[in-house]
Structure formats: C-alpha cells, structure tokens
Design a protein around this ligand. Structure first.
Ligand code: 13P
Length: 253
C-alpha cells in the first residue's frame, strides 16, 4: 500500500507568535537556508495579519503560504472572520483546519471542522486537516475511535474525493507544545490507521494523501519520525519559530 512518490511536506504553524520585527529576520534566514537539497514542500502559516508581509518575503523562494484557520461562510456579516477567498487574495495555497487548539479552546466541533474543510476545498485551497486524541482517550484505548470519528465527519460531508486535494496532520493533543513527542512507532501506528480508514472508501486516494505528524517535533527527533513508512512530513509549532531548528527539520524530511 506504501507509495514512495508522496512529496514530503513540512508546514510551520507559527500560532499567535511573532511580530514584524521578528518575522523579517526569521524569513530572511529561512530563504537563505532553503537550498536545493531540501526535497520537501515547505509551507509557512503565519497569523492572518502577517500573510501579506510573508507573501512578499517568500518571493521566489519556493516556499508557499498557508493560513491557520478560515471561516465556514463565503462572505457577509461575520465580524472577525476571514474567508477562503480572502486567503486566496494573499496567495495562500494551504489552510489548517480543525487544529486541536481551535477544537479545544474555541469549541470547534467535528461538524464545523467539516464545513471549514468543505469551504477550503470549494475555493481551491488545500486543507491541512488536523486530527488527534487527548491523553485520557489514548489511555482508555480510544485513539482509533477518536481519529475515525474526526475523519468520518469530513468524509461524510465532503466525500472521499475531496481528499485528493487535502493533507492530514496527526497531532496527538498530549504531544502539542509539551515536549512529549509520540514515539515514531506510536505515530506510525496512527498514520497507518488513518490511511486504512480512507482506503475503505478509495485506496488510490488513501495511498496518495500526505499525512503529517505534529506535536513537539524538533531538529533532534524529526529524522526518526520522518523515516516511518506513513509519515510524510510534519506540522511544526514551537520549533518553526527558530530558523536553524526549522531548517534542520526541513532537511530531515
Ligand atoms: P508544537 O510543535 O509546538 O508541539 O506544536 C505542534 C502544533 O500544534 C502544530 O500545529
């Protein structure tokens, strides 16, 4: 079932971090450091207000832009929301959907996440769909059920074909920002489960979809994670704010 031609992808999720003063030198170092030996596709997801700045800094570096969230509506009276079309206006190609911080802190349900995924898909943005379990759920042996529920909500609303233009990120909640990384074997097990779940509907799509791991990925553990058969790259939080760390992770992919 393994396909060797999935291009690795490494995405930087800056979350609510950075300022114009820190973004400019960070981008400068990344652009200088991304050399021809980096085979992975690199996506930078800054906070909304810095999209324009990062878009102009990216230039012809080969890295591409993503956003951290989007609205489930096209336009209208939704104060504070940002639409898919607005993201396209700023050259975004990717958008993170259903990050665990959105699910946990902002009450995003599986249904809302599926609506946002659909919205991204309809606009031609590639959603990076985040799934992942809490520590209690893992300890109760519920990991597969949680991941299945999160995936099935999107498959049933958007159809399996929508995963032809999507990326999945497995982010165990207990590993995010905690310094506690899933072992390569733990991550691989869930990645393989995700691929199997999609394969129930369409084997080709399951084989082609890129599945990223996220949760305390660092320069020191990236390589062992990325060598696993079903791990196609990473979604990087903390370590993406340091140019040297992030570049090392990109090279490991
Ligand atoms: P950390 O890499 O800081 O654990 O964050 C992971 C994450 O949530 C990326 O979306």
């Amino acid at each position: 079932m393994m396909s060797s031609d999935r291009q690795p992808l490494v995405a930087a999720n800056w979350k609510m971090n950075g300022s114009l003063d820190t973004i400019r030198p960070l981008m400068g170092k990344l652009i200088e450091g991304i050399r021809a030996d980096v085979k992975a596709e690199i996506v930078i997801c800054p906070p909304f207000v810095y999209l324009a700045e990062v878009a102009s800094l990216l230039g012809r570096s080969g890295m591409v832009l993503g956003a951290q969230n989007l609205a489930r509506h096209d336009s209208g009276a939704y104060t504070g929301e940002i639409s898919a079309a607005m993201l396209l206006d700023y050259q975004c190609r990717y958008v993170i959907v259903g990050h665990s911080e959105r699910r946990t802190l902002y009450g995003e349900t599986d249904v809302l996440v599926a609506e946002k995924f659909a919205q991204a898909n309809k606009a031609g943005l590639t959603p990076i769909l985040c799934v992942g379990e809490y520590l209690e759920e893992r300890e109760a042996g519920d990991t597969d059920n949680v991941i299945a529920r999160q995936l099935d909500a999107v498959i049933s609303k958007c159809s399996i074909e929508s995963f032809d233009q999507a990326v999945i990120a497995y982010e165990p909640v207990w590993a995010i920002g905690t310094g506690r990384t899933a072992t390569p074997e733990q991550a691989q097990e869930v990645h393989a489960f995700i691929r199997l779940r999609l394969a129930r509907h369409d084997e080709r799509i399951a084989d082609n979809v890129r599945i990223l791991y996220g949760g305390s990925v660092k320069a020191t553990n990236a390589e062992e994670l990325f060598t696993m058969a079903d791990i196609d790259g990473g979604l990087i939080g903390g370590a993406s704010l340091d140019a040297n760390d992030f570049l090392a992770i990109c090279r490991a992919a």
